[in-house]
Design a protein around this ligand. Structure first.
Ligand code: ADP
Ligand code: MG
Length: 697
């Protein structure tokens, strides 16, 4: 048996099981060795039935004495009751609700192991387990028993018909017969991290020795588990670092930050930048000076002031004789950016224009010509910007806003329109630095971690649907006081039509019945660009007091006089999404409110609402979002270059990730060492295919 042996040829597997395993991504012996249990159970308390004490959790090995399926409508509500006995002669009863699935296997004389909490059946006087875990023991080999009971056992996620018990048996065999994977961690790293060697870590992963703390095991924090998680992250980080080193070597534009550029920036700034803004601006300027393409993520909470930082980098590019492109995910946001950039850049004498899908063919033609001829310094646009027939005379900087709305591909499209232009992508969903550097492997990261001064924290309240009238009278009060309000129907992308209907209905209800004397506007994604523009402008200039909208306003909209946002059906939508929506208020000097109206809540939705009511901090919210949704869901597949990790969890294991990244950095920076050569070689052999590190090293 080799590590690379296909599982189908392992004794006890065969083609049918091999197929089920393959569906889980398990193809070779090595894959099974790295198939981590998802939890552990302490089954050291192996007892005879006569010795069982009510209240304790225990494992017994016994035979079925009798079994019966009873209950109303046997098939659907079957209560399955079984009596067991063992050498002690005593009887243990067990009950399973919906237990019909056991009817075929738990027949008299069948040997099983049961694991559960012991109770006392007062009417019969026998000991009882309700819904215990049961495993059928196929034969009487003692070793087999020892594998599944009387110890801490690993519990695996089933694969097709392959139960946790079968996994345990297979992995046990492989542990005995297969060679262990080579321990390729560089010597220096091993010496620093002080973790167990690979072979013993793998053994203990599947068969923790007696006495291992169950809590540590289930938290994946035994030294052996940490070692395996570390390994996975270490190779990943080495691969990423090598890839990045290579990208860094490419030739790009070396911008210079001239005295004139500095003056222009000073002239442009409408306010004093925060310390965080100054710091990231410096990081970006330093990067732009490098003779290599910049690839940088600028992250900061909603309202932290990313746009002005982007505008400063635009000034540098324009002062060097280059053009700037700003890509926005929606027309509304593009329009906002256009007016923002115009306000800032036109007073410096630069020409700013926009290119969106809603422009007339003639307008588009004209803008395209001017871009190609270099008459436009900065262009703001939507997807229309990355169309094939858009060309620049000299594109030097591409700015991509709210990049979670775009894939890596769109970024590349824009990149290709220049000769190695610098790229700055912005996101309002900030995550911890190391995590960001890992997830967005090819990007450097700058973070604005401070809000502009004078912001009053938004007060967030949770209100039940039934109490929505009170919310409306509060909204009326705010409008009385001169403020404006949003009422939002958050929408999941696929069901915009449904949300539009709801928003239209609500618009009628609010404008006719609830607020007959107040001007209410409507804004949703299915409206024509002109209608959207009119609706947006009406709200911006203060004529419209209440704007009923779908999530088209989620990103970027900036109306400082709005002080209330009411989010209907808030339970249906993600944390980050609601946090973004909430960011529409609290942009001016007025105390602002976010009111989350919900129907019935399940546990996760309740946790989301609680998080929002308690915190205004985008970092905390992104973190909770990752925890509640899991990193896979959170990042989606669109841009994270990271395929399924098998040991590490990007949220649970951030501490190990930090450590692995630091170690990887040390090894990679040691450029001409023997160690580095070995690392590159190992990655090429083992990780290249899995992580797509094409051409590392
Ligand atoms: P975001 O990071 O969400 O894109 P914006 O760039 O839209 O944030 O900035 C939010 C608001 O804060 C804007 O109205 C902007 O003009 C204002 N702003 C940004 N930086 C500062 C600052 N340093 N001082 C005062 N106001 C600022
Ligand atoms: Mg923004």
């Amino acid at each position: 048996m080799e590590l690379s042996t296909p599982l189908q040829y392992v004794k006890g597997i065969g083609p049918a099981r091999a197929e089920m395993l393959a569906a889980k991504g398990l193809q070779t012996v090595a894959d099974l060795l790295y198939y981590a249990p998802f939890r552990y159970e302490d089954r050291t308390n192996l007892k005879k039935i006569a010795a069982l004490a009510p209240g304790e959790k225990a494992v017994i090995i016994a035979r079925v004495k009798s079994a019966r399926l009873s209950g109303f409508k046997r098939r659907s509500l079957g209560l399955f009751e079984v009596a067991f006995t063992d050498e002690s002669g005593a009887t243990l009863e067990a009950r399973w609700f919906h237990g019909e699935r056991y009817a075929e296997s738990l027949i008299p004389d069948r040997r099983v192991s049961l694991f559960g909490k012991v109770e006392l059946n007062r009417s019969s006087g026998h000991r009882l387990m309700v819904q215990p875990e049961v495993e059928i023991l196929s034969d009487e080999r003692e070793e087999d028993e020892m594998l599944h009971a009387g110890r801490i056992v690993a519990v695996y996620e089933a694969a097709g018909k392959i139960s946790t018990r079968v996994f345990r048996g297979l992995i046990h065999r492989i542990l005995k017969e297969a060679p262990m994977p080579e321990d390729a961690l560089p010597e220096s790293v091993r010496a620093r991290i002080q973790l167990p060697d690979l072979a013993s870590a793998i053994h203990k992963l599947h068969a923790p020795p007696a006495g291992t703390a169950l809590q540590l095991l289930n938290a994946f924090r035994t030294p052996g588990q940490v070692r395996l998680i570390f390994d996975e992250f270490f190779w990943l980080e080495c691969g990423l670092a090598l890839k990045k080193t290579k990208a860094r070597a490419a030739t790009g534009i070396s911008f210079s930050v001239t005295a004139h550029a500095r003056e222009q920036i000073k002239k442009m700034l409408p306010f004093k930048p925060t310390a965080a803004q100054r710091r990231v601006m410096q990081e970006i300027a330093d990067d732009m000076k490098q003779p290599h393409p910049m690839n940088r993520l600028l992250q900061g909470d909603v309202g932290s002031g990313k746009t002005i930082v982007a505008a400063q980098s635009a000034v540098i590019a324009i002062e060097n004789g280059y053009q700037v492109a700003v890509l926005a995910p929606t027309e509304i946001l593009a329009t906002q950016h256009l007016s923002y950039f115009k306000r800032l850049l036109e007073k410096l004498g630069y020409i700013v224009a926009s290119l969106t899908g809603s422009a007339t063919p003639h307008e588009k033609q004209q803008i395209k010509r001017m871009l190609a001829e270099g008459m436009i310094h900065a262009v703001v646009g939507t997807h229309a910007l990355i169309q094939e027939d858009v060309t620049f005379r000299k594109l030097g900087l591409a700015i991509v806003d709210e990049q979670h709305r775009f894939g890596v591909r769109q970024r590349l499209e824009l990149f290709k329109k220049g000769e190695q232009p610098d790229v700055l992508v912005m996101t309002a969903t900030p995550i911890p630095r190391t995590l960001a550097l890992t997830i967005y492997g090819d990007l450097d990261v700058s973070t604005i971690d401070e809000l502009p001064p004078g912001r009053k924290p938004i007060i967030t309240k949770h209100v039940k649907e039934s109490a929505v009238e009170g919310v409306y009278s509060f909204v009326a009060q705010q409008i009385q006081a001169g403020r404006q309000a949003y009422v939002v129907y958050p929408v999941v992308e696929e069901s915009e039509t449904e949300a539009v209907k709801a928003a239209e209905k609500m618009f009628t209800h609010l404008s006719v019945t609830v607020f007959p004397h107040i001007k209410v506007g409507l804004l949703h994604g299915k409206m024509s660009a002109d209608d959207k523009d009119v609706a947006m402008r009406g709200f911006q200039n203060g004529q419209t007091k209440i704007l009923v909208a779908t999530t088209v306003i989620e990103v970027g909209v900036d109306v400082p006089n709005a002080s209330v946002i009411v989010i209907e059906q808030a339970e249906r939508f993600g944390l980050a999404q609601i946090h973004q929506l909430r960011g529409r208020v609290g942009r001016g000097p007025h105390q602002s409110y976010c009111i989350l109206v919900t129907g019935k809540l399940n546990d996760i939705a309740r946790e989301r609402i609680r998080t929002l009511v308690e915190s205004n901090d985008g970092f905390y919210i992104a973190d909770m979002d990752m925890r509640l949704r899991g990193p896979g869901e959170f990042f989606g597949t669109r841009q994270s270059g990271i395929p399924g990790l098998r040991m590490g969890d990007l949220v649970r294991d951030t501490d190990v990730l930090e450590m692995a990244r630091a170690e990887a950095q040390k090894v990679i920076e040691n450029r001409d060492g023997e160690e580095l050569r070995a690392v590159v070689h190992y990655i090429q052999e083992h990780w290249q295919r899995r992580y797509g590190f094409v051409q590392v090293g």
